[in-house]
Design a protein around this ligand. Structure first.
Ligand code: HEC
Length: 112
């Protein structure tokens, strides 16, 4: 292998490693974004699901009401909405990973 090839393979490995770190990181939004998402859920989702998420026009989003539902389905409901119901899609406002993070928090304890 020439010195040049060696340089490029090192470069490739380094970028691949950074890429993986970026992926692992994107599973959990950074703290500032978590705050924004919590605010969005309490304000915008709260207008239908209740400020305390106990339900209103939309069903309750509490751990006890969600625990037997598949998390991926709930995340898809948030991301894509439920056509034919008032539940709107939120994909313009968050990534799929962020929708999954919201579900994860709703199913355990949603931050204040
Ligand atoms: C305009 C009213 C409205 C808003 C705003 C809204 N929802 Fe909904 N949502 C609904 C309704 C109505 C349903 C029930 C749909 C159905 O009949 O299946 C629902 C269903 C859901 C479900 C599925 C619950 C289950 O038990 O299957 C989740 C999860 C959910 N919403 C999360 C959210 C989140 C998170 C937000 C904010 C990002 C949000 N919703 C904003 C009206 C709303």
């Amino acid at each position: 292998m020439s010195a040049n090839n060696l340089f490029f393979s090192r470069f490739f490995l380094a970028t691949a490693a950074i890429g993986c770190a970026g992926l692992a990181f994107s599973a959990e939004p950074d703290p500032a974004r978590q705050k924004e998402l919590v605010h969005l859920v309490r304000q915008d989702c709260g207008s239908c699901h209740g400020m305390t998420l106990k339900g209103g026009l939309g069903p309750a989003l509490l751990p006890e009401t969600l625990h037997d539902k598949p998390a991926e389905g709930l995340a898809a409901t948030i991301y894509y909405g439920r056509p034919g119901t008032p539940m709107p899609p939120w994909k313009a406002f968050m990534s799929e990973a962020e929708a999954a993070w919201i579900v994860d928090k709703l199913m355990t304890e949603f931050p204040k």
